[in-house]
Design a protein around this ligand. Structure first.
Ligand SMILES: [Zn+2]
Length: 166
């Protein structure tokens, strides 16, 4: 909790501010402590690069219920904190494993090395309706913050989703 969260100047730019819809969603992101811990550890191990992965579980009118997390290769090897490219083969492999299980891919997580857990304009461009987009902020190699986002009803910005760890 004592790790400071770095915020590069671009996060205060109009382009970045436009990405966030300040009205909060009434939906909730439910995640087991072990899954949350796993995302944080992956982010710390991958630092200073971004890591990304898939959230598996089910959705309902009240939100997202996570049951598994699967790290997937980030094809973008640059350090920039607002770029990641999830390996499509990794997506297909997880999707195939889930057939017949009743579970599905319901979101994508990624890390922001030395940047806040706030979405970037690039994150918005690649976001899908109905998916949950948690971001873990990794500062100086340590998980410093975790926030979850999803597209608003208009689909033109992210609003924040309450995270419930259980
Ligand atoms: Zn991002």
């Amino acid at each position: 909790m004592t790790t400071p969260v770095y915020e590069p100047a671009r996060f205060s730019s109009p382009e970045y501010l436009a990405v966030i819809d300040e009205t909060s969603s009434c939906k909730q992101f439910n995640i087991p402590a072990s899954c949350l811990q796993s995302i944080k550890q992956q982010g710390e191990s991958g630092f200073p690069h971004e890591i990304c992965g898939l959230l598996v579980g089910c959705t309902s009118a009240t939100g997202w219920e996570i049951s598994e997390v699967h790290q997937v290769t980030n094809l973008n090897h640059e350090r920039a904190a607002d770029r990641f490219e999830l390996d499509p083969a990794g997506y297909q492999a997880v999707d195939k494993q889930l057939r017949g299980t009743g579970l599905e891919i319901i979101g994508v997580y990624h890390s922001h090395p030395d940047c806040p857990a706030k979405p970037s304009p690039t994150d918005l461009e690649s976001a899908w309706d109905g998916f949950a987009y948690p971001i873990v902020s990794i500062c100086d190699g340590k998980a410093a913050d975790f926030k979850c986002w999803s597209l608003n009803d208009q689909g033109d910005a992210f609003h924040s989703i309450r995270v419930q760890e259980h």
